[in-house]
Structure formats: structure tokens, C-alpha cells
Design a protein around this ligand. Sequence first.
Ligand SMILES: NC(=O)C1=CN([C@@H]2O[C@H](COP(=O)(O)OP(=O)(O)OC[C@H]3O[C@@H](n4cnc5c(N)ncnc54)[C@H](O)[C@@H]3O)[C@@H](O)[C@H]2O)C=CC1
Ligand SMILES: O=C(O)[C@@H]1CCC=N1
Length: 274
Amino acid sequence: MQNNLKIAFIGGGNMATALIGGLAGKLTAGANIHVVDPNAAALQKLAQQFGVSTAQTADAVLAQADVIVLAVKPQQMKEVVAQLLPHIGKQLVLSIAAGIRAADLSRWLGGHGGIVRSMPNTPALIGKGITGAVALPGVSAAQREAADAILRAVGQTVWLDDEALIDPVTAVSGSGPAYVFYFIEAMQQAAQEMGLSIEQGTQLAIATFIGASQLAADSTEPVSVLRERVTSKGGTTYAALTSMEASGVKQAIVKALHAASARGRELGEESGRD
Ligand SMILES: NC(=O)C1=CN([C@@H]2O[C@H](COP(=O)(O)OP(=O)(O)OC[C@H]3O[C@@H](n4cnc5c(N)ncnc54)[C@H](O)[C@@H]3O)[C@@H](O)[C@H]2O)C=CC1
Ligand SMILES: O=C(O)[C@@H]1CCC=N1
């Protein structure tokens, strides 16, 4: 359902594009979306694709926004937020940056209380994203509803009570699409090595991910039971999973997610040091 939320994006890169692609013409008209980014080529592409208005530096349009989405790299956030200060009033500030703590954002924004910190993922582009979000106590019920409406327009939302859990969410679902693509790449490589064409390997791998994920989503049984059902004793899956276990694949994946979460925490600590 369409509403008339005025949404400004600070940063028009990969993740902003995924969100705008899911929102424009669905939750709100493209004309209600404003994007600030110094990269003129990126702005031109967004304007052509989604009908958004654009600016290369923070401008007066920001003062009219209901929601300002912070979508720049964590390392740039403090400097970028300083440029926004003259335009900040009652808007809800919705950060999607990995690591950056809401308390630091609030301090950089002169004590602004209307902040939601979130972690979306790129399938937002096709309306199949999932976002973890946490609201500062200063966020009104209407603002939280606006944030939820934006995030739900591009997929599912999981609201958290504890901001510390955003780093684990980042490790699981924020970065998660990259792990899935990595796994698909490995399946493509193996398929090719065994004589299938790149097209066939790609089709087989992607359809398998979609089918297995949907099966897991629809099932009331644990994922481990679904896995066991594919694994005939002494059969092909058994051979593959035995090989993965021997190579420590699961352990390596678990370790990798811990590394992602720790990096999130570290990004927050690095940026929050004043
Ligand atoms: N890419 C992803 O899958 C996800 C990214 N995020 C978060 O989203 C944020 C952006 O990440 P990406 O879109 O991947 O990065 P990106 O590098 O694609 O986009 C960042 C954009 O910020 C722009 N920018 C630089 N200085 C600026 C300024 N002063 N004012 C306005 N814009 C400026 C850049 O020109 C660029 O277009 C990061 O904080 C990241 O942690 C969150 C979830 C998933
Ligand atoms: O890699 C990153 O830092 C960002 C956050 C989650 C996905 N991409």
C-alpha cells in the first residue's frame, strides 16, 4: 500500500539502491525519495531508474523529510553526519551502517533522540530482504511504525530489544547473502569441473538454493531432519557431507560468522572513539 512518506537517503550506493528499488513506487512515490551522494553517476542512475530527486551535497530538502536513511560506509559516518547537522529537526534517522552505535550517532547529531539502528540485506531489492532493527528510547510510536513500514516494504523485520544483537544479525543476515553467493560459486565451479556447462551449473545450483530454502521455510521440522532425509546411508550426499566434515566446513562457517560480528563491534569502537 502506498503512503506519502518523504524519505531521504544519505549515500546512494549498493545497499541504498537495493532499498530504493524495493520502496520506490511501492511504499512511496519515487518523487518522494531524495538521495544525497557526491557521486554524480550514481545519482543519475538512481534518478533514471526510480524517479528520485538527487543532490551531491546535503541540502534543504532534508529538512522536509520524514525519515533520513544513513547509508554511507561506517568509516565515513561521523564526518557525513556532521554535514547533516544544520538540516536535522524532528526527522527519524534510520541508520543501516554496520557497527555504528546509536549512542554515537545521537551524540554526533547533537543529542538527537529519534534514531533507529538497523541491518538490512541486499535481497531488499526484490522485496525479499530481512532486517534486524532496534529503536532508541526517544523514538515515537509513529516513527517506529514509519521505520517498520519502510523495512517491511522490502521484506521481513526482526525488532530487537538489545542493540548489542545487531552485530550478530549483521553476521548472519546482513553479510549472509555473500555466503550464499560464495556457496553457489563453489557449486558452479564443481559443476564445470565435472563437465556441466556454466549455465547448467548455475541453474542447478540456484534452483537448489531456492527450493531447499523454501522447503526449510515451509517445514515444521528442524533443518537437520531435512538434511538427514537427503542423506542416504553410504550414498552420494553422505560422501559429500563426510568430506565437508573432514575439511571442517561447518566449523569454518561458524568461525567466519563470529569474525563478522567481531568486525561489526570493532567498527563501532573505532568510529565511536572521539
Ligand atoms: N552492501 C550490503 O550488503 C549492506 C550494507 N550495509 C551498510 O550500508 C552502508 C553502505 O554500504 P554500501 O551501500 O555497500 O556501500 P557503497 O560504497 O556501495 O555506498 C556508499 C555510498 O556513499 C556515498 N558517499 C560517500 N561520501 C558521501 C557523503 N559525504 N554524503 C553522501 N554520500 C556519500 C558513496 O559515493 C557511495 O555511493 C554501510 O554502512 C554498510 O555497512 C548494510 C547492510 C547490507
Ligand atoms: O560488509 C559489510 O560491512 C556490509 C554490512 C553487511 C553487509 N555488508
